[in-house]
Design a protein around this ligand. Structure first.
Ligand code: SF4
Ligand code: SF4
Ligand code: SF4
Length: 303
């Protein structure tokens, strides 16, 4: 018997969908077992098609993106109501994503910057007609509705999504691994102290040695190992896009704590090395951080 599946997009780049499509012929392993009932990225479904389905009639609902608009939140709640198993698909969905970094500013500041003050604006106006209405800040989707499965990654690899789908089809759990990107990385790590932090394009990388030991901010030590260490394997530092392994409550706090133990640098040198500390330490999961939650609550109290 086929299982009904839906793939919904909230505010996002649609890269998670692209990653699924990138499975190419491997999609044929799972597609015959699925009846797709909603997937607007690929087929011209409308929201009403989803709303008209009976509650809990979708076996597996995959939600990509996060709630920037009220329409996003309506779609998320509809997916929850219609799905037996709801999957937070990608780091936007699990943690808020890159767009969660916008939580550093109020909605008013963001709208003014985007529509009135950006250097490319000539005749600015904040749109207020035929737009879905913005939410004040971005929360991880699991703070909005309960999820059954978390599948992080920006995007999850095609194989990650195929493994999750296969497990769900087989009625098996899909648990996140405890290992980190360092556990999957072929480079030799000596856990040296660092006295300087290089930008990715600076210097000459020794391809055999750990990038962090060489002074590149590689976050593999604090990032869940699901991607096969694909960035450090090609001498590019891990930016932590999959978020932390289970058990680490705050990804950036863990990174800062670990760097505190190995960086022999003055506060001035650290400030110069990290001009965008939140972007560096919380690439996809600032909205899930303690800091964002604290600031967000303060904003709500001020209103
Ligand atoms: S998790 Fe990454 S790839 Fe997926 S929608 Fe969000 S930004 Fe795009
Ligand atoms: S290069 Fe990065 S992922 Fe590899 S061992 Fe070093 S810190 Fe870990
Ligand atoms: S190595 Fe790091 S940044 Fe690259 S895909 Fe894996 S988790 Fe993301």
């Amino acid at each position: 018997m086929t299982k009904r599946a839906a793939f919904a997009q909230l505010s996002s780049c649609w890269g998670c969908d692209q990653s699924l499509v990138d499975l190419h012929l491997k999609l044929l392993d799972v597609l015959p077992e699925l009846e797709i009932v909603y997937w607007p990225a690929v087929v011209d479904y409308k929201l009403k098609d989803l709303e008209n389905l009976p509650d809990r009639s979708i076996h597996f609902g995959f939600v990509e993106g996060s709630c920037r608009t009220r329409e996003d939140e309506h779609l998320l709640r509809t997916m929850r109501a219609k799905s037996k198993v709801l999957v937070a698909w990608g780091s936007c969905s699990c943690y808020g994503g890159v767009q969660g970094l916008a939580n550093q500013w109020t909605l008013k500041e963001l709208l003014e910057r985007k529509f009135l003050k950006a250097e490319t604006i000539t005749d600015g106006r904040i749109p207020d007609e035929n737009v879905p209405g913005f939410k004040e800040d971005i929360r991880p989707n699991p703070d909005v509705v309960p999820f059954d499965v978390l599948l992080p990654g920006c995007p999850p690899t095609s194989d990650n999504t195929a493994e999750a789908l296969s497990a769900l089809l087989a009625g098996q759990p899909f648990d996140l691994p405890e290992k980190t990107v360092c556990d999957q990385c072929p480079k030799v790590r000596e856990e040296k102290h660092i006295k300087v932090v290089h930008r990715t394009h600076e210097g000459k990388v020794d391809p055999e040695r750990c990038l962090l030991d060489q002074g590149y901010l590689c976050l593999g030590f604090a990032t869940i190992g699901m991607c096969g260490a694909q960035c450090p394997s090609v001498n590019t530092p891990c930016k932590g896009c999959f978020g932390p392994p289970p058990g680490i409550k705050d990804h950036g706090a863990k990174i800062i704590s670990a760097l505190g133990a190995i960086a022999e640098m003055s506060p001035e040198e650290l400030k110069e090395a990290f001009p965008d500390p939140l972007g560096s330490f919380y690439f996809t999961d600032y909205a899930a951080s303690y800091l964002s939650r604290l600031v967000g609550h303060t904003k709500e109290e001020e209103q």
